[in-house]
Design a protein around this ligand. Structure first.
Ligand SMILES: C[S@@+](CC[C@H](N)C(=O)[O-])C[C@H]1O[C@@H](n2cnc3c(N)ncnc32)[C@H](O)[C@@H]1O
Length: 275
Protein backbone atom coordinates (compact mmCIF):
# COMPACT_ATOMS: atom_id res chain seq x y z
CA UNK A 1 0.00 0.00 0.00
CA UNK A 2 1.28 3.48 -0.86
CA UNK A 3 2.21 5.57 2.16
CA UNK A 4 0.25 8.80 2.35
CA UNK A 5 2.03 11.98 3.32
CA UNK A 6 -1.03 14.01 4.15
CA UNK A 7 -2.82 11.48 6.27
CA UNK A 8 -5.68 13.65 7.45
CA UNK A 9 -8.70 14.65 5.40
CA UNK A 10 -9.71 17.39 7.86
CA UNK A 11 -7.92 20.06 9.82
CA UNK A 12 -8.64 19.12 13.40
CA UNK A 13 -7.99 21.07 16.57
CA UNK A 14 -5.58 19.09 18.72
CA UNK A 15 -4.34 17.13 15.70
CA UNK A 16 -1.33 15.02 16.61
CA UNK A 17 0.53 14.93 13.27
CA UNK A 18 3.44 16.99 14.64
CA UNK A 19 3.79 14.77 17.72
CA UNK A 20 4.01 11.39 16.03
CA UNK A 21 7.83 11.40 15.99
CA UNK A 22 7.83 11.86 19.77
CA UNK A 23 4.97 9.38 20.27
CA UNK A 24 6.61 6.49 18.37
CA UNK A 25 8.62 5.40 21.39
CA UNK A 26 5.46 4.92 23.46
CA UNK A 27 3.49 2.70 21.11
CA UNK A 28 3.60 -0.94 22.24
CA UNK A 29 4.73 -3.43 19.58
CA UNK A 30 2.84 -6.56 20.54
CA UNK A 31 -0.82 -5.52 20.54
CA UNK A 32 -3.16 -7.11 18.01
CA UNK A 33 -6.19 -4.94 18.59
CA UNK A 34 -6.12 -1.12 18.56
CA UNK A 35 -8.74 1.31 19.88
CA UNK A 36 -8.77 5.06 19.45
CA UNK A 37 -11.91 6.46 21.12
CA UNK A 38 -11.21 10.17 20.33
CA UNK A 39 -10.07 9.65 16.77
CA UNK A 40 -10.59 13.23 15.49
CA UNK A 41 -8.65 13.77 12.25
CA UNK A 42 -6.99 10.37 12.66
CA UNK A 43 -3.32 11.41 12.39
CA UNK A 44 -2.24 8.92 15.05
CA UNK A 45 -4.62 6.19 13.89
CA UNK A 46 -3.38 6.27 10.29
CA UNK A 47 0.22 6.13 11.46
CA UNK A 48 -0.39 3.21 13.83
CA UNK A 49 -2.43 1.29 11.25
CA UNK A 50 0.21 1.67 8.54
CA UNK A 51 3.11 0.73 10.82
CA UNK A 52 1.68 -2.30 12.60
CA UNK A 53 0.12 -5.61 11.71
CA UNK A 54 -3.05 -5.23 13.68
CA UNK A 55 -5.82 -7.80 13.56
CA UNK A 56 -8.64 -5.48 14.61
CA UNK A 57 -8.93 -1.71 14.67
CA UNK A 58 -11.72 0.33 16.27
CA UNK A 59 -11.85 4.04 15.58
CA UNK A 60 -14.55 6.09 17.26
CA UNK A 61 -15.56 9.63 18.15
CA UNK A 62 -18.68 11.33 19.42
CA UNK A 63 -18.85 13.71 16.46
CA UNK A 64 -21.48 12.26 14.14
CA UNK A 65 -20.45 14.31 11.08
CA UNK A 66 -16.84 13.21 11.43
CA UNK A 67 -17.78 9.54 11.80
CA UNK A 68 -20.00 9.81 8.75
CA UNK A 69 -16.94 11.07 6.80
CA UNK A 70 -14.91 8.02 7.81
CA UNK A 71 -17.72 5.72 6.70
CA UNK A 72 -18.14 7.51 3.37
CA UNK A 73 -14.39 7.57 2.65
CA UNK A 74 -14.32 3.83 3.31
CA UNK A 75 -17.41 2.94 1.30
CA UNK A 76 -18.13 5.63 -1.30
CA UNK A 77 -14.86 7.37 -2.03
CA UNK A 78 -15.44 7.98 -5.76
CA UNK A 79 -18.85 9.56 -5.22
CA UNK A 80 -17.34 11.69 -2.47
CA UNK A 81 -14.55 12.90 -4.77
CA UNK A 82 -17.13 13.89 -7.42
CA UNK A 83 -19.08 15.96 -4.88
CA UNK A 84 -15.92 17.58 -3.54
CA UNK A 85 -14.97 18.59 -7.08
CA UNK A 86 -18.31 20.38 -7.39
CA UNK A 87 -17.65 22.29 -4.16
CA UNK A 88 -14.14 23.20 -5.27
CA UNK A 89 -15.44 24.54 -8.60
CA UNK A 90 -18.17 26.59 -6.95
CA UNK A 91 -16.24 27.91 -3.95
CA UNK A 92 -16.79 31.58 -3.11
CA UNK A 93 -18.20 33.51 -0.17
CA UNK A 94 -21.82 33.25 -1.21
CA UNK A 95 -21.49 29.53 -1.87
CA UNK A 96 -19.78 28.91 1.51
CA UNK A 97 -22.60 30.55 3.48
CA UNK A 98 -25.27 28.81 1.42
CA UNK A 99 -23.65 25.43 2.14
CA UNK A 100 -23.25 26.30 5.83
CA UNK A 101 -27.02 26.85 6.01
CA UNK A 102 -27.85 23.32 4.84
CA UNK A 103 -29.20 20.86 7.38
CA UNK A 104 -26.82 17.86 7.32
CA UNK A 105 -29.40 15.49 8.82
CA UNK A 106 -31.62 15.61 5.72
CA UNK A 107 -28.84 15.07 3.17
CA UNK A 108 -27.44 11.81 1.83
CA UNK A 109 -24.40 10.37 3.63
CA UNK A 110 -22.12 11.34 0.74
CA UNK A 111 -23.46 14.91 0.50
CA UNK A 112 -23.16 15.25 4.24
CA UNK A 113 -19.51 14.15 4.23
CA UNK A 114 -18.69 16.38 1.28
CA UNK A 115 -20.06 19.51 2.94
CA UNK A 116 -18.29 18.65 6.18
CA UNK A 117 -14.92 18.39 4.42
CA UNK A 118 -15.61 21.45 2.24
CA UNK A 119 -16.55 23.65 5.22
CA UNK A 120 -13.68 22.32 7.30
CA UNK A 121 -11.11 23.21 4.64
CA UNK A 122 -12.50 26.64 3.80
CA UNK A 123 -13.65 27.91 7.21
CA UNK A 124 -11.67 30.06 9.60
CA UNK A 125 -8.67 28.07 10.94
CA UNK A 126 -10.29 24.69 10.25
CA UNK A 127 -12.26 25.09 13.45
CA UNK A 128 -15.19 22.86 14.23
CA UNK A 129 -17.58 24.75 16.45
CA UNK A 130 -21.33 24.43 16.78
CA UNK A 131 -23.90 26.59 18.55
CA UNK A 132 -26.18 25.38 21.34
CA UNK A 133 -28.51 23.86 18.73
CA UNK A 134 -25.67 21.87 17.21
CA UNK A 135 -25.42 24.06 14.07
CA UNK A 136 -21.95 24.65 12.59
CA UNK A 137 -21.26 28.37 13.00
CA UNK A 138 -17.66 29.08 11.94
CA UNK A 139 -17.18 31.99 9.47
CA UNK A 140 -15.36 31.58 6.16
CA UNK A 141 -11.55 31.70 6.29
CA UNK A 142 -9.54 34.04 4.10
CA UNK A 143 -7.54 31.46 2.12
CA UNK A 144 -6.77 32.42 -1.49
CA UNK A 145 -6.70 28.85 -2.82
CA UNK A 146 -7.80 26.46 -0.10
CA UNK A 147 -6.75 22.91 -0.85
CA UNK A 148 -10.02 21.16 -0.14
CA UNK A 149 -8.95 17.58 -0.82
CA UNK A 150 -6.35 15.38 -2.50
CA UNK A 151 -8.10 12.66 -4.43
CA UNK A 152 -5.27 10.12 -4.33
CA UNK A 153 -4.94 10.49 -0.58
CA UNK A 154 -8.66 9.93 -0.15
CA UNK A 155 -8.40 6.75 -2.22
CA UNK A 156 -5.47 5.49 -0.13
CA UNK A 157 -7.35 6.33 3.05
CA UNK A 158 -10.30 4.40 1.74
CA UNK A 159 -8.08 1.32 1.38
CA UNK A 160 -6.57 1.81 4.84
CA UNK A 161 -10.06 1.96 6.35
CA UNK A 162 -11.41 -1.13 4.57
CA UNK A 163 -11.14 -3.47 7.55
CA UNK A 164 -11.52 -0.87 10.28
CA UNK A 165 -14.52 -0.71 12.59
CA UNK A 166 -15.82 2.84 12.71
CA UNK A 167 -18.20 3.79 15.50
CA UNK A 168 -19.95 6.90 16.72
CA UNK A 169 -19.72 6.46 20.45
CA UNK A 170 -18.96 8.02 23.80
CA UNK A 171 -15.43 7.20 24.98
CA UNK A 172 -16.59 5.26 28.05
CA UNK A 173 -18.12 2.55 25.85
CA UNK A 174 -14.62 1.40 24.93
CA UNK A 175 -14.48 -0.59 28.16
CA UNK A 176 -17.32 -2.79 26.82
CA UNK A 177 -15.19 -3.75 23.80
CA UNK A 178 -11.59 -3.86 25.02
CA UNK A 179 -10.02 -6.94 26.56
CA UNK A 180 -6.68 -8.07 27.98
CA UNK A 181 -3.72 -7.27 25.72
CA UNK A 182 -5.53 -4.62 23.64
CA UNK A 183 -3.93 -1.22 23.06
CA UNK A 184 -6.04 1.88 23.66
CA UNK A 185 -4.87 5.41 22.89
CA UNK A 186 -6.93 8.27 24.36
CA UNK A 187 -6.55 11.76 22.94
CA UNK A 188 -9.36 13.70 24.63
CA UNK A 189 -10.04 17.42 24.35
CA UNK A 190 -7.32 18.79 26.61
CA UNK A 191 -7.91 20.14 30.08
CA UNK A 192 -7.42 23.92 29.66
CA UNK A 193 -4.15 25.46 30.79
CA UNK A 194 -6.15 28.30 32.24
CA UNK A 195 -9.62 27.76 33.64
CA UNK A 196 -12.35 28.73 31.17
CA UNK A 197 -9.86 29.02 28.30
CA UNK A 198 -10.87 26.01 26.24
CA UNK A 199 -10.60 27.36 22.68
CA UNK A 200 -12.77 24.98 20.78
CA UNK A 201 -15.94 23.00 21.03
CA UNK A 202 -16.19 19.78 19.01
CA UNK A 203 -19.78 19.06 19.98
CA UNK A 204 -22.61 20.96 21.56
CA UNK A 205 -21.58 19.52 24.94
CA UNK A 206 -18.16 20.69 26.04
CA UNK A 207 -15.71 18.29 27.64
CA UNK A 208 -15.90 19.16 31.33
CA UNK A 209 -13.80 18.47 34.42
CA UNK A 210 -16.31 15.72 35.22
CA UNK A 211 -15.57 14.10 31.84
CA UNK A 212 -11.81 14.20 32.58
CA UNK A 213 -12.47 12.46 35.90
CA UNK A 214 -14.68 9.83 34.22
CA UNK A 215 -11.97 9.27 31.61
CA UNK A 216 -9.38 8.63 34.32
CA UNK A 217 -11.77 6.04 35.81
CA UNK A 218 -12.09 4.33 32.42
CA UNK A 219 -8.28 4.40 32.10
CA UNK A 220 -8.03 2.59 35.48
CA UNK A 221 -10.72 0.03 34.53
CA UNK A 222 -8.82 -0.83 31.34
CA UNK A 223 -5.55 -1.02 33.25
CA UNK A 224 -7.13 -3.53 35.66
CA UNK A 225 -8.32 -5.63 32.71
CA UNK A 226 -4.74 -5.93 31.46
CA UNK A 227 -4.99 -3.54 28.48
CA UNK A 228 -2.14 -1.29 27.41
CA UNK A 229 -3.37 2.27 27.80
CA UNK A 230 -1.86 5.51 26.59
CA UNK A 231 -3.31 9.03 26.96
CA UNK A 232 -2.24 12.53 26.01
CA UNK A 233 -3.35 15.69 27.77
CA UNK A 234 -2.19 19.09 28.97
CA UNK A 235 0.69 19.40 31.41
CA UNK A 236 -1.43 20.59 34.34
CA UNK A 237 -1.55 19.79 38.06
CA UNK A 238 -5.13 18.53 37.70
CA UNK A 239 -4.23 15.99 35.01
CA UNK A 240 -1.03 14.84 36.70
CA UNK A 241 -2.97 14.24 39.92
CA UNK A 242 -5.66 12.27 38.08
CA UNK A 243 -3.07 9.86 36.66
CA UNK A 244 -0.85 9.62 39.73
CA UNK A 245 0.83 6.21 39.93
CA UNK A 246 1.16 5.79 36.14
CA UNK A 247 4.12 6.72 33.93
CA UNK A 248 3.92 10.38 33.01
CA UNK A 249 6.16 11.48 30.11
CA UNK A 250 6.61 15.02 28.82
CA UNK A 251 6.52 15.89 25.12
CA UNK A 252 6.93 19.29 23.45
CA UNK A 253 4.22 20.61 21.17
CA UNK A 254 3.80 23.77 19.14
CA UNK A 255 0.32 25.06 19.87
CA UNK A 256 -1.61 28.15 18.90
CA UNK A 257 -2.43 28.99 22.46
CA UNK A 258 -1.51 32.63 22.30
CA UNK A 259 -3.40 35.18 20.20
CA UNK A 260 -0.12 37.02 19.67
CA UNK A 261 1.69 35.02 16.97
CA UNK A 262 5.13 36.15 18.19
CA UNK A 263 4.47 34.52 21.55
CA UNK A 264 3.53 31.13 20.13
CA UNK A 265 6.10 28.54 21.06
CA UNK A 266 6.62 25.00 22.26
CA UNK A 267 4.67 23.97 25.31
CA UNK A 268 4.82 20.82 27.39
CA UNK A 269 2.13 18.16 27.10
CA UNK A 270 1.90 14.89 28.97
CA UNK A 271 1.69 11.32 27.71
CA UNK A 272 0.48 8.86 30.34
CA UNK A 273 1.08 5.13 29.94
CA UNK A 274 0.36 2.14 32.20
CA UNK A 275 3.30 0.17 30.77
C1 LIG B 1 -8.02 16.28 20.70
S1 LIG B 1 -9.25 15.71 19.55
C2 LIG B 1 -8.48 14.29 18.89
C3 LIG B 1 -7.42 14.68 17.91
C4 LIG B 1 -6.89 13.50 17.07
N1 LIG B 1 -6.05 12.63 17.85
C5 LIG B 1 -6.12 14.01 15.87
O1 LIG B 1 -4.89 13.80 15.74
O2 LIG B 1 -6.75 14.69 15.04
C6 LIG B 1 -10.53 15.16 20.58
C7 LIG B 1 -11.72 14.44 19.93
O3 LIG B 1 -12.59 13.98 20.95
C8 LIG B 1 -13.93 13.97 20.48
N2 LIG B 1 -14.82 13.91 21.65
C9 LIG B 1 -15.21 14.90 22.49
N3 LIG B 1 -15.98 14.42 23.49
C10 LIG B 1 -16.06 13.08 23.31
C11 LIG B 1 -16.67 12.01 24.03
N4 LIG B 1 -17.39 12.24 25.14
N5 LIG B 1 -16.53 10.74 23.56
C12 LIG B 1 -15.82 10.49 22.43
N6 LIG B 1 -15.21 11.48 21.69
C13 LIG B 1 -15.32 12.74 22.14
C14 LIG B 1 -14.01 15.22 19.65
O4 LIG B 1 -15.06 15.12 18.70
C15 LIG B 1 -12.61 15.28 19.02
O5 LIG B 1 -12.61 14.72 17.73
Amino acid sequence: MKKIDRPTFVKWAGGKKQLIEQFKQFFPQEAERYFEPFVGGGAVAFYVIQKNHLKEIYLSDINEELINCYEVIRGNVEELIDKLKQHRNNHNKEYYYAIRELTPEILSKVERASIFIYLNKTCFNGLYRVNSKGKFNVPMGSYKNPSIFHEDDLRELSKILKNVKILKMHFEKVSEYAKKGDFIYFDPPYYPLQKGKSFTSYTKNNFSEKDQIRLAEVFRELDKKGCKVMLSNSDTKFIKELYQGYNIHIVKAKRMINCDATKRGAINEVVVTNY
